[in-house]
Design a protein around this ligand. Structure first.
Ligand code: XMP
Length: 319
C-alpha cells in the first residue's frame, strides 16, 4: 500500500544516506518544485541545507517577500535572499530582442547564484527540484529537425561548473505527486496550487524593452487579474494566467480628460503539460468586469485585450 507518507519517509532516508553530514545548497525559485524539494531536504538534514533565492527584479507583486517569509519564518530554513534586481534591470536596459533578453537573464542568473552559493562555504551538494518529466525530456529523440523556439532559463551545467554533486529527491515524481508530497509536508494549499512561473519572470511578459515603469504597471495589473480569477473560483481550472504589458500606448478617455497609456493583454490557458494549450473561455461578463477593474485601479493602463490564441500556433508566454 503506497502512500505519500511512505514516500516521504523513504525519500528522507535516501537523502540522509546520500548526503551524510555534508552541506547542501538549494536554489529556490518560488515555484512548487524547488520549494517541495527544499522542505523535504530540510526535514532530512536540517540546517546542513541553505537555500539561495535570487531575486532578479522580475518577480510578481509581493512574491519575494512571500517566499522569504515562508522559508525563513515559517519553516526556519536558512535562506540567502539575494536581491540582485539592480544588476539584472541594469543589464536589460535597452535590450528588446526576446532571445537576447533570455540569454542575458540566464547568464547573469548563473553568475549570481554561484557567487551567493559560495557564501555558504564548503557545500558539496546542489539540490534541484527536477521532476520525472524533466528527466525524460532531456533524453533526445532522433527524427525531425530540432528547432529552438525559445532558449529556456535553467541552471543546467551549473553542478559541474561548481564542482557539486546533485541531490534530486523528486526525480521519480510527476507534478501532481509533487503537489501531494508538498501537502504531506504541510505546505499551504494556496502555495502548492500556484500556476507555473517562468524563470525569466516578467521579462517575457513585457515584450520589447523592459523599464521599471512598465514592470510596476504590469505587477499591479497582474495582481488585479489574479484576484478576479480567484474571486470567481476559476484559479484551479486554469493552467496559467497572467497579464502582458504591450509596448504600445493608445488614446483613451477617462472622466473629462484624454489619456495616453499602455495597452495590456490578458492571457489564460488550460493545459496538461504546457506543451499544448487552449485559451480559457471566460464569460464576457468576467472579461468586462476585469477590464473595468484594471483600468480603474491601475494607473498607466487604459486599454485591455484578451489573447485568444491557443498553442500551437501561439506560445503560452509572449516571448
Ligand atoms: P511557452 O511560452 O514556450 O511556455 O509556451 C511553456 C511553459 O514553459 C514556461 N516557460 C519557462 N519556464 N524557464 C522556465 O522555467 C523558461 O525560460 C520558460 N519559458 C517558458 C511557460 O511559463 C509555460 O508554462
Amino acid at each position: 500500500d503506497w502512500t505519500m507518507g511512505a514516500y516521504r519517509e523513504e525519500a528522507i532516508a535516501k537523502i540522509r544516506a546520500q548526503v551524510g553530514d555534508a552541506k547542501v545548497i538549494c536554489g529556490l525559485s518560488g515555484g512548487v518544485d524547488s520549494s517541495v524539494a527544499a522542505v523535504l531536504i530540510h526535514e532530512a538534514i536540517g540546517d546542513q541545507l541553505t537555500c539561495v533565492f535570487v531575486d532578479h527584479g522580475l518577480l510578481r507583486q509581493n512574491e519575494a517577500q512571500e517566499v522569504v517569509s515562508m522559508f525563513r519564518d515559517h519553516y526556519n530554513i536558512p535562506l540567502i535572499h539575494a536581491d540582485e534586481s539592480e544588476l539584472f534591470l541594469g543589464a536589460l536596459e535597452g535590450v528588446s530582442d526576446p532571445e537576447v533578453k533570455r540569454k542575458t537573464i540566464g547568464k547573469l542568473f548563473i553568475d549570481v547564484f554561484q557567487k551567493h552559493a559560495a557564501e555558504v562555504g564548503g557545500a558539496e551538494f546542489l539540490a534541484q527540484g527536477t521532476l520525472y518529466p524533466d528527466v525524460i525530456e532531456s533524453v533526445s529523440f532522433s527524427g525531425g529537425p530540432s528547432v529552438t523556439i525559445k532558449s529556456h532559463h535553467n541552471v543546467g551545467g551549473l553542478p559541474e561548473k561548481m564542482g557539486l554533486k546533485l541531490v534530486e529527491p523528486l526525480r521519480e515524481l510527476f507534478k501532481d505527486e509533487v503537489r501531494a508530497l508538498g501537502h504531506e509536508l504541510g505546505l499551504p494549499a494556496s502555495f502548492i496550487g500556484r500556476h507555473p512561473f517562468p524563470g525569466p519572470g516578467l521579462a517575457i511578459r513585457c515584450p520589447g524593452e523592459i523599464t521599471r515603469e512598465k514592470l510596476e504597471i504590469l505587477r499591479k495589473a497582474d495582481a488585479v487579474y489574479i484576484d478576479q480569477i480567484r474571486k470567481h473560483g476559476l484559479y484551479d481550472e486554469i493552467w496559467q494566467a497572467f497579464v502582458a504589458i504591450l509596448p504600445v500606448r493608445t488614446v483613451g478617455v477617462m472622466g473629462d480628460g484624454r489619456t495616453y497609456d499602455y495597452a495590456c493583454a490578458l492571457r489564460a490557458v488550460t493545459s496538461v503539460d504546457g506543451m499544448t494549450a487552449d485559451y480559457y473561455p471566460f464569460t464576457h461578463e468576467f472579461l468586462g468586469e476585469t477590464a473595468t477593474r484594471i483600468i480603474n485601479e491601475v494607473k498607466g493602463i487604459n486599454r485591455v485585450t484578451y489573447d485568444i490564441t491557443s498553442k500551437p500556433p501561439g506560445t503560452i508566454e509572449w516571448e
